[in-house]
Design a protein. Structure first.
Length: 429
């Protein structure tokens, strides 16, 4: 890895400080890192895209019955999301303290991939509510153990001046994975065991290749603080009073993801019941993915690079969150397949830019060099908590209102609030 003028740093060296001037050239190990971080993140997000809202939703409907499908799916996804919320900060704290010849991150990337992959195969065999819950919790634990250390690569190895570009690569991986997972799941909806098996292999392979081509710096001889009970509990907390910028950035991401998941988490059932497609709803999911992907491809790359070029983050986050919020209202005005596809495309435009630039912004307000993975684990709770809160909130809204229409304005409000929450951040322009 290189900085703008000093000599090359070791692959695992930290570059969190802001002493660099100008833009760092992306070459050598840094270019290789950029090339492999996208498929690694994509391999994880394929799981998040394919399983909960497509493969598992279909399994639940077929195995546990049509009548209670929404309630059963909410139970499974809520328990799984709780596991995710608990796992990422713990995994981050453990990774920060790991000292091995393979570095701090690599052992947990491999461990998480293997546990998650085996658990996906277990998911394919599920036929009862308890089996679904246990298998999905294990999937969450495995891949979240990998996701935290992978996210820490950004502050670990990437200079501030090009973090927007690298965050765009992470964002593209996440979006390609999420949307590709939906298309993948819909394409193999009649072959669910095969879908899970292939998904497991892809997840493991993506992480293994990243580790092989981007070896971490050995930390076997470094001293490390033990993970005491107090430190364990601190894995779930960063003081908002001491680190207000971090707290506002966390709240921004939490709000946007909550609004997004309130709507998108129920997209299959929205298509079936609100749009009225019934059994044909599954055929629309690939088109939704393609519509969103078109927007994402444009704004993720342009947003990340333009943010680096201008040296500004907040305006990009604000505008992109407003676009996502506005997109949620389209199916209210146009309750048809066309309206749903427009929502997906416009939300993709906003979400791509938000994901890239917000990730770069967060990397610049992390509290401590010594706890990158732990702090990013807390940040990732802003993505996991909505998976806990959104099903319960959406279910209550559907029951109280008697339908799915009320989900759209609620999602829009949270999306806009996500953009406004970034304005008080002071350390980043």
């Amino acid at each position: 890895m290189t900085t703008s003028s000093p000599p090359p740093a070791e692959p695992g060296a930290s570059v969190i400080d802001g002493t660099m001037e100008g833009k760092t050239p992306i070459r050598g190990p840094l270019r290789r890192l950029l090339a492999w971080v996208l498929p690694a993140n994509m391999s994880i997000y394929l799981v998040w895209g394919a399983v909960p809202s497509v493969l598992m939703a279909l399994q639940v409907q077929r195995s546990l019955g049509e009548e209670d499908k929404a309630a059963n799916l909410a139970i499974i996804t809520t328990v799984g999301a709780i596991a995710s919320v608990l796992t990422q900060p713990i995994a981050g704290a453990i990774s920060d303290r790991t000292r091995s010849r393979f570095g701090r991150r690599a052992p947990w990337l491999i461990f998480g991939g293997l546990v998650g992959g085996l658990s996906l195969i277990g998911m394919s065999l599920a036929h009862t509510l308890a089996h679904f819950v246990i298998a999905w919790v294990c999937v969450q634990i495995g891949f979240n153990f990998a996701q935290g250390p992978l996210s820490a690569v950004l502050p670990d190895r990437v200079p501030r001046s090009v973090r927007g570009t690298f965050a765009a690569a992470l964002g593209l991986g996440a979006m390609f994975g999420s949307l590709g997972g939906q298309i993948y799941g819909a394409s193999l909806s009649d072959h669910i065991p095969l879908a899970y098996t292939l998904l497991a292999g892809i997840g493991v392979l993506g992480l293994v290749l990243f580790v092989v081509f981007n070896p971490d710096r050995s930390g076997a001889d470094e001293q490390v603080k033990s993970l005491t009970p107090r430190e364990f509990l601190r894995a779930f907390w960063v003081s908002p009073r001491k680190y207000p910028d971090f707290a506002w950035a966390f709240g921004s991401r939490l709000s946007l993801y909550l609004g997004y998941h309130i709507v998108v988490g129920y997209k299959l059932y929205i298509l079936q019941d609100y749009i009225g497609l019934g059994a044909d709803a599954i055929t629309v999911l690939p088109a939704m993915g393609a519509a969103a992907l078109g927007g994402l491809l444009v704004t993720t790359v342009i947003g990340g690079r333009l943010s680096d070029h201008l040296g500004r983050r907040k305006i990009f986050v604000l505008v992109s969150a407003a676009v996502v919020g506005g997109a949620m209202l389209i199916p209210l005005a146009l309750p048809s397949t066309t309206g749903i596809l427009l929502m997906a495309g416009v939300a993709g435009l906003g979400f791509g830019c938000f994901q890239a630039v917000d990730t770069a912004l967060i990397s610049e307000v992390l509290p401590s060099k010594a706890s990158f993975a732990k702090d990013l684990g807390i940040v990732n709770m802003a993505q996991s908590l909505p998976q806990v809160l959104a099903p319960a909130m959406a279910g209550a809204i559907v029951i109280a209102s008697g339908g799915y229409a009320a989900l759209f304005p609620v999602g829009a409000v949270f999306g806009v609030l996500g953009g406004l929450a970034v304005l008080p951040v002071k350390a980043v322009r």
